[in-house]
Design a protein around this ligand. Structure first.
Ligand code: WT7
Length: 636
């Protein structure tokens, strides 16, 4: 039996039982056998969910890049580590070998050092999906700098908030980016953000589009000449197991984004272990995850997980619709991709196109298909299974979160029988629990409740940067001695989990986590707006779309509502990014509120979703008349 590589269902159960019976022993064996350590740990695990404090492999020393790069040089030096597929199919594919990646990471690490970056410093990375993004991430890890990657679709304000929250002193960015037939001036967005970031002193600029940029004297430097003169050998900085590896921001239901802190050893072990099993990765496979490295999926399953396993990982710069809707399938055929991991929203968008886009390509190399980010609906699951997998590639519906660092609930392909819309079983080491309204655990099968995890796993986020109280309040206060996920779930007759969706004010739009509060804050900045409430409603491609109920100030002025809608969406684009734009805006005379003044989103959600048959008791509201008014004027 191999704990590291599960190959059939009985083995899964054996490994799972062992991982629950003696978690320390289980993870210790895996850590011993499959990773490179400078020094082994003194203690496998210490934890206390009430503080909360979680430590894995305390006392151990390592550098994650030695695990991702150096240790492969003996056996895989000339193997492709990163296979870069550019936005424009006529631009050449790049095959970056382990040897070359090692050299480029080391060189970039030396540049960072020459710019004064030291262990523990925070470095912001704001880049398109080009190889330099992965290289920058690894270069930070090489020298113990904490990377904070910000998705390059975020606006200047959102970028500035993230830079300031964790005091980044340096940013790595590019002149621009390509997305389909669009060129985006990223450097302009960075310039605007940096006006509000007094603590950031250096920006290193990568040339991608060749677009015109303004270089601010003393602050902005082109990266290329610095790389040209830097040494290509860089000794890895020795890190403690619990030293922070990176910060990654995720939206909360209230307040500013949460900078989730992941630490080194536990994150590494779990990202690598889950990658190996969930994708059944074997030497010479070509693995492709279509996510952006700006999200946790890219961190764990484009960069760290695959590279720790010596895999070939595809990085795609473009979009599924350019030059046409066959792009994904063209890439699968071209590189004989074996594992393909994408989001339900992408599947739904592709399923709307003519089937020839799929059928004209040879997809027979595929062995495993994956999805992540939101519940996958049955129709999309079948389309993926029938047309992409030809009913011959198991689908892994992987449930996890930025906070969990790695996949938590997922089938093991070729072992776990799959059922559409079910994430199925917990991975070894993961102990889910369902909780009822009285905060009691619901035992047994065929039950539904709020999804918690009752025991720590190695890659759980350790804190929210600069705000440990918020970390405790958000994840560990709802249920005693449990990590609360914010999701609801059902456990079926055989113990399979089906995730039913968020139970808080986070809305997942096209697989992106959006908190309602920051969007409402942006809307409320508009001088004509008195108050607003955002809810999600079902959308056939995005999963959910945003519906805004907005009340205006009584100024007596007759405002053009079309213009107002545009201005409001522009404000949202400026403050957060285009992903948070509202699909529907309804102007109302009031919002339904409880007697204590709390907006009743539950009612607004039902109205937006055309589910008004059972609105519940509205008579206790402060202003029940608003409900009828809102229903009468609902947008179709
Ligand atoms: C939330 C976390 C983890 C990488 C991408 C999202 C939802 C994620 C699934 C799935 C149903 C899912 C949950 C979760 N979610 N995967 N397979 N089935 N829901 O990371 O932005 O931190 O969002 O995404 O609601 O809590 P994230």
């Amino acid at each position: 039996m191999s704990n590291y590589h599960i190959k059939h269902l009985e083995e899964y159960w054996q490994v799972y039982r062992k991982s629950v019976r003696n978690p320390e022993n289980f993870w210790e064996e895996i850590a011993e056998e499959h990773f490179l350590w400078r020094k082994k740990w003194d203690n496998v695990l210490s934890w206390d969910f009430t503080k909360p404090e979680i430590k894995w492999f305390e006392g151990a020393q390592l550098n994650i890049t030695e695990n991702c790069l150096d240790r492969h040089l003996a056996t895989r030096a000339d193997k492709t580590a990163i296979l870069f597929e550019p936005n424009d199919p006529s631009e050449e594919t790049q095959h970056i070998t382990y040897k070359e990646l090692h050299k480029r990471v080391s060189t970039m690490a030396n540049v960072l050092k020459s710019q004064g970056v030291e262990k523990g410093d925070r470095v912001c990375i704001y880049l398109p999906m080009i190889p330099e993004l992965a290289i920058a991430v690894l270069a930070c890890a090489r020298i113990g700098a904490i990377h904070s990657v910000v998705f390059a679709g975020f606006s200047a304000t959102a970028l500035a908030t993230r830079i300031n929250d964790c005091d980044c002193k340096l940013i790595i960015c590019s002149d621009g980016s390509y997305r389909g037939n669009k060129t985006i001036d990223l450097k302009k967005i960075v310039d605007e953000a940096l006006e509000d970031c007094p603590g950031l002193t250096t920006s290193l600029v990568i040339k991608r589009t060749g677009g015109e940029v303004i270089m601010k004297d003393g602050r902005d430097k082109w990266l290329a000449p610095l790389l040209d003169t830097a040494d290509s050998v860089c000794k890895a900085t020795v890190m403690d197991a619990e030293d922070p590896l990176f910060i990654l921001y995720t939206s909360g239901s209230t307040g500013k984004p949460k900078g989730m802190v992941h630490t080194t050893a536990g994150y590494m072990v779990y990202a690598a272990y889950s990658f190996k099993n969930v994708f059944q990765y074997r030497e010479n496979d070509i693995y492709w995850c279509t996510a952006d490295i700006g999200w946790i999926t890219g961190h764990s399953y484009i960069v760290y997980g695959p590279l720790c396993n010596g895999a070939t990982t595809v990085m795609f710069e473009g979009v599924p619709s350019y030059p046409d809707f066959s792009r994904f399938w063209q890439i699968v055929e071209k590189h004989k991709v074996t594992q393909f991991y994408t989001a339900p929203t992408a599947i739904r968008a592709l399923a709307k196109q003519h089937i020839d886009f799929v059928n004209k390509h040879d997809l027979s190399s595929l062995k495993v298909l994956g999805t992540v980010g939101e519940p996958i609906n049955e129709e999309a699951w079948h389309w993926y299974n029938d047309n992409v997998g030809k009913q011959n590639s198991p689908i892994v519906d992987t449930w996890w979160q930025t906070e969990t660092g790695g996949i938590m609930i997922s089938p093991i392909p070729y072992s776990t029988p799959t059922i559409p819309t079910f994430a199925t079983l917990p991975l070894p080491g993961i102990q889910p629990a369902l909780m009822d309204e009285n905060a009691q655990e619901i035992k047994g099968n065929q039950v539904e409740g709020r999804l918690c995890i009752k025991f720590p796993w190695p890659s759980i986020a350790r804190t929210i940067y600069g705000n440990h109280d918020r970390y405790r309040d958000t994840y560990f206060s709802a249920y005693k001695n449990m990590y609360f996920t914010g999701d609801g779930a059902r456990r079926d007759a055989v113990g399979y989990y089906r995730i039913t969706g968020r139970v808080d004010d986070v809305i997942i739009v096209s697989g992106h986590n959006l908190g309602t509060a920051p969007i409402e804050d942006a809307i409320n900045e508009h001088p004509a707006v008195a108050e607003s409430a955002i809810v999600g409603f079902p959308h056939d491609v995005k999963g959910n779309a945003l519906y805004g109920y907005i009340t205006l100030k009584e100024t007596g002025e007759d405002r053009n509502q079309d213009n107002l809608c545009k201005e409001i969406n522009q404000l949202i684009t400026d403050r957060i990014g285009p992903i948070a734009k509202l699909d529907k805006i309804q102007f109302t005379n009031g919002l339904p509120k409880t007697r204590s003044g709390k907006i009743m989103r539950r009612i607004l959600r039902k109205i937006a979703s055309n589910d008004t048959a059972n609105l519940g008791d509205t008579s206790t509201l402060l202003n029940p008349e608003t409900v009828q008014e809102i229903m009468d004027n609902k947008l179709v």
